[in-house]
Design a protein. Structure first.
Length: 44
């Protein structure tokens, strides 16, 4: 398991699979000044 991010830490580069298909590169795929990322587990 990876270490938690601390205050001032940079978000690591990663690629996630989207539900509707395709992928999203984070944080580079978010072309905005402010970025908020919410991971929702959903129902298992």
């Amino acid at each position: 398991m990876s270490e938690k991010l601390g205050i001032g830490d940079s978000f690591p580069d990663l690629t996630i699979n989207l539900v509707g298909g395709g992928t999203l590169d984070l944080p580079g795929g978010l072309d905005t000044k402010y970025k908020v990322i919410l991971f929702y587990r959903g129902h298992w």
